[in-house]
Design a protein around this ligand. Sequence first.
Ligand SMILES: *[C@@H]1O[C@H](CO)[C@@H](O)[C@H](O)[C@H]1NC(C)=O
Ligand SMILES: *[C@@H]1O[C@H](CO)[C@@H](O)[C@H](O)[C@H]1NC(C)=O
Length: 398
Amino acid sequence: MDRTKSLLAVWTILQLLVLTVNGQSTCESHRFANNLDFTQCSPLQALGSFLHWTYNEQNGTVSIAFRHPGTSSSSWIAWGLNPGGTQMLGTQALVAYTNSSGQFQAYTSPINGYSSIQRGSLSFPVSRISATLVNGEATIFATLELPPNLITTNQVWQMGPLSNSVPQGHPMTGDNMRSTGRIDFRSGQSSASGGSGDRMRKRNTHGILNAVSWGVLMPMGAMMARYMKVFTDPTWFYLHIAFQVSGYVIGVAGWATGIKLGNDSPGTSYSTHRNLGIALFTFATLQVFALLLRPKPDHKYRFYWNVYHHTVGYTTIILSIINIFKGFDILDPADKWRWAYIGILIFLGACVVILEPLTWFIVLRRKRRGGNSVAAPIANKYSNGVNGTTTGPHHQDA
Ligand SMILES: *[C@@H]1O[C@H](CO)[C@@H](O)[C@H](O)[C@H]1NC(C)=O
Ligand SMILES: *[C@@H]1O[C@H](CO)[C@@H](O)[C@H](O)[C@H]1NC(C)=O
């Protein structure tokens, strides 16, 4: 195996992952030109828009910035609240477009007909309304004084063409028909009205991928290394690699879905679960690097490598199981899923209880029959489980 090439490959994969994670967080990384800062941000699920806001508990005001990249001087944009439904009709809207004097103007419009978006006062006071169009990115700023029933309500956003500086009807297909959802200014949650099923599906996918990889494949891979060695040498080594590598690949996919879920709902943070997940990803990646960098079995540093490999490996497995239960608490699936996973853990635990003494028995018996050097028991205690032989696959592939 050419280690330089393998390291390069792992490094490239890592870079790609970092890029993916960064790409998802355009919400948080956005900087406003006028130094404005908002505590919450939500990528809206249609028309590539974003809503940034700060909710002020004391006086019930919320300052917002509705951002729509990809706005030309011949289109209008609008965002608003509609307690009565999820359509434009009845929406208390903020509208912006480039008017006939070439200025990007913003105004309020209570939308009460499909034919126009006329200026007018909303059902609640609005102050500091303004809009900018910079490099094709339009933003409407405003401060809303919301009555209690509008703290959690429906939001609607829209865009359409202008004709002679007059807004025309928006397309009645695709994203223009999906641009509506719930918003909770207080808790910071924004979700698609029809899309919560989609989000649920993503959360379930995240849960299954991670429970299978970190929670089942990786512990089984460790057991292969520890208990199969006395029976099948060198098959155990390839089984160990196969389980850990497939666990890592599926685990990274599950991890990426988790990071995406977190970025898509910045208002809701499960920081312990997220931080443990990031730590686990780091540990597992270190193990992949460790595999590529491991010294030959008779190398003087191999002992330290073994100690390191086992410490990181067992820590990863224990933290994984903890994080899977934290995930169960967040996802809160039907009890049967939690019990199914507990059942798998009990099964794996039972295997350990049976195989651990059996392995020691075989190792000690082999040792009594002689043939091993004095150093072997210590070396092997930390080598790969409790094997009594010194020949291993490392001689062939290292
Ligand atoms: C609400 O409170 C914030 C912060 O204390 C303040 O900046 C804002 O002007 C207040 N708005 C109103 C309408 O009282
Ligand atoms: C265009 O918008 C600017 C800024 O809001 C405003 O001052 C100007 O009067 C508007 N022009 C027309 C023709 O409405």
